[in-house]
Design a protein around this ligand. Structure first.
Ligand SMILES: *[C@@H]1O[C@H](CO)[C@@H](O)[C@H](O)[C@H]1NC(C)=O
Ligand SMILES: *[C@@H]1O[C@H](CO)[C@@H](O)[C@H](O)[C@H]1NC(C)=O
Ligand SMILES: *[C@@H]1O[C@H](CO)[C@@H](O)[C@H](O)[C@H]1NC(C)=O
Length: 436
């Protein structure tokens, strides 16, 4: 058993060191779907901002997901129950039934919980605060002239409903180091950065509809997932038979106690190989695909709403030159809907429980991690006293090259792309519901 384990792991961790323990694996897998740390996937706008000859950035518009947050109450409770598994793992190791490494066991034994995980449900974590603060700081450094003195009417900062989203907006603004900047209150009615949130029909037909998660549920009967589950059970060597709920809770313990900012490992992650983590990641991709991606019929319609705001914003700024920055703070769901409106991360075949395509484009680890952000920069270019405009889109601080040639959209390309969305309505919502 132990020898088999060594061989599998060293095949998986090809580019890493040859050792197979978690504590010294060198490059542990760090893609945890929507709980991935921003630092695991981000670029750096200070290096990547396109400096175009004769052009000057005159306005920035962006959608920002909140930073890393504590689990919701439901998941938190299951994680808290699963803490008991720690003792099973340790005693199994002592009996010689486990193939975990001595140091990983020692780290697990000595591990202590940050109590806030089970009390500050949904709140922004200190790491989440750092994520948004860092983004604000880097944008300021990349565009110092534009973001230097933000006067009244030159900016909009507005969060969607939720204290962790409001706190994310504050952290971002703090990173900009601009004084006396006002952050709008979240609106209780439908707003551009989260039109689906109060949409009764969407709440009923999608969020409260178990069929939406059918593919994710079916995948748990797929051999791919069952093999991962079996590996986890055997590696831990415990007699306690792990259920799907237990596996999810252990995965959440790993993701929530791993720190991306300090690159600090969690001993809970020692229970999983990279293959196991990829199977668990796929479950999340399936959920998001059918909830707010191409698998849900209204996703692109909701995505039109913020994109219309972007077009109107840049049109106005071209005329009056006032707005320097517009930043909305929201949920991963919104970003996913915007991708579907823009045809980004679109696979030729729908994601399915039957076949995990390792090359798929729809991967929440990259499109919907903590603090994910989609930013458009409006540039004015002057040639022989004639002004021209272009727009560059950035995702997580890297230009999106697939949208327009070399990532630079001419003004016409930009208008052609977004103006079909202008008259989008969400009348189909029928009634207003409370944010869910
Ligand atoms: C494992 O999951 C089951 C439900 O599937 C639950 O009743 C049990 O409490 C969980 N065990 C632990 C230790 O979390
Ligand atoms: C065990 O944890 C304590 C506090 O949580 C820490 O001070 C100590 O250095 C840890 N020991 C090891 C061997 O990691
Ligand atoms: C949007 O509505 C306006 C006014 O009714 C109309 O002139 C325009 O052509 C419509 N645009 C699109 C893209 O449908």
């Amino acid at each position: 058993m132990k020898i088999f384990f060594v061989i599998t792991i060293s095949l998986i961790s090809n580019s890493c060191t040859a050792s197979f323990c978690h504590w010294n694996s060198g490059c542990p897998y760090k893609y945890f779907a929507s709980k991935s740390s921003y630092d695991s996937i981000r670029g750096d706008i200070r290096d990547s901002i396109l400096k175009l000859k004769g052009c000057k950035a005159i306005s920035v518009w962006g959608l920002f997901r909140h930073g890393k947050s504590y689990p919701s109450m439901n998941f938190g409770r299951e994680m808290e129950d699963a803490l008991a598994i720690k003792n099973y793992i340790i005693s199994s190791y002592e009996k010689g039934h486990s193939s975990l490494c001595a140091q990983d066991i020692e780290d697990l034994r000595n591990w202590s919980i940050d109590k806030k995980i089970f009390s500050d449900y949904n709140n922004l974590t200190p790491e989440g605060h750092e994520e948004l603060l860092g983004i604000g700081k880097r944008f300021k450094e990349a565009l110092p002239a534009l973001l230097e003195n933000l006067e009244k009417d030159s900016y909009t900062f507005r969060p969607a409903f939720g204290i962790w989203i409001e706190d994310s907006a504050k952290a971002f603004v703090k990173g900009l180091k601009s004084r006396n900047v006002h952050i709008d209150n979240a609106l209780s009615e439908s707003d551009v950065m989260a039109p689906y949130l109060t949409c009764g029909k969407y709440q009923m037909d999608v969020l409260r509809n178990p069929n939406v998660f059918a593919e994710a549920a079916k995948y748990k009967a797929n051999l791919d997932y069952l093999a991962a589950k079996d590996r986890i059970q055997r590696r831990s060597g415990i007699d306690y038979i792990l259920t799907d709920t237990n596996i999810t809770a252990l995965y959440d313990l790993c993701r929530h106690t791993w720190s991306g900012v300090k690159n600090k490992l969690s001993p809970w992650c020692a229970l999983f190989t990279k293959d196991d983590l990829q199977a668990l990641e796929y479950i999340e991709d399936l959920k998001s695909y059918y909830k707010s991606g191409y698998g849900s019929p209204k996703s692109d319609v909701f995505g039109h709403i913020p994109l219309t705001d972007l077009l109107n914003n840049f049109r106005r700024t071209k005329d009056d030159g006032k707005k320097k920055i517009t930043a909305y703070f929201t949920h991963a769901t919104m970003l996913e809907m915007v991708y579907t409106a823009l045809d980004l991360f679109k696979d030729s075949k729908p994601l399915s429980s039957a076949n995990r395509d390792r090359e798929r484009k729809w991967r929440t680890s990259f499109m919907a991690p903590c603090a994910v952000n989609l930013v458009a920069v409006l540039n004015r270019c002057v040639d022989n006293e004639v002004s021209d405009y272009n727009v560059v889109f950035y995702l997580n601080e890297e230009p999106i090259r697939s949208i327009c040639a070399d990532g630079i959209c001419t003004w016409k390309e930009f208008e052609d792309k977004l103006s079909p969305f202008l008259n989008t309505t969400i009348d189909f919502c029928e009634f207003k519901s409370e944010p869910y």
